[in-house]
Design a binder for this molecule. Sequence first.
Ligand code: MRU
Length: 346
Amino acid sequence: MVKTIEYIDGVVRMIDQTRLPNEKVFVDCKTVEDVGHAIKTMIIRGAPAIGVAAAMGISLAADAIDAPDFDTFYEELDTKCDTLGKSRPTAVNLAWAINRMKRVTQESNALSVSDIKVRLKQEALTICEEDILANEAMGNHGQTLIESGQTVLTHCNAGALATAGFGTALGVIRAAVNAGKDIRVLANETRPFLQGARLTAWELKEDNIPVKLITDNMCGFFMRKGEVDAVVVGADRIAGNGDVANKIGTYMVAVLAQKHNIPFYVAAPVSTLDLSLSSGDDIPIEERSAEEVVTFNSKRIAPEHIDVGHPAFDITPNELVHAIITERGIARAPFTDSLKQLAGQK
Ligand code: MRU
């Protein structure tokens, strides 16, 4: 399985997801600005992977600060945190990781600046390790919902490429396969950035997990034919009431799943929960460049000067969600209670 991100000798190395599946190229980030650029341009993407990258980026930022005392150090680090935090708006894991790194810095204020830098590096590695373990735990919980012989539809990429481990939604599928179940995957291509076609299809094929690629507008066809038994997707942010922000098109899949009585599951770590928001209406939705919509494979497919909409995420209302699979267990409606309970656990 691919190693999406690692932190070695002052370098954050990540696979360049904009070049998959045609080229397997790694990018070395040596500064927090390099990491911010990688997040913005989707060299690295997927909520948990963005969180891990951000934590490592803050460690790089800390290493580059030459400050005589804690206050000067913290002030400079805080500015870098602010800038990095603006690289993408929807995945809450970005803010979650940055806030955790800031909290650790504040708690270490009695240490020397060089010891704080060591402490921050440790914390970034811990966040990475925790993500790997969370994927495994989510997989173990989630695979109990999937039976041998089933076909699972997924949207976007919530796999190894979106995390530090073996994935959230694809982690559930991998855990089911590891448990000896015979599972097939239908992967929506996920226009316009094609995470399904380029990334999900690639990583499942690499692992020899049977996958059939379809365009987004085909999923209703396959559901109506009875060829989809469950839907499992990831999430970028989950509000306190269980409304889920995920890749644009997820809402459409959830509505279709309800129409065909197919269970719709969301797999996400607790770091993706944003209980400060009471509903999905308050989740900021990233608007990406029109270029991604009007071009295909660098070729223009729409007239010049056309008005284009490109929300990169949508909100699936909680009533369409059968269960939210986390590393601490499976939450079901009413989500306001079940998510609060899971978030409060250690
Ligand atoms: O724009 P992206 O590719 O970062 O969006 C990713 C998604 O929407 C994923 O489905 C989500 O982050 C879950 S990843 C485990």
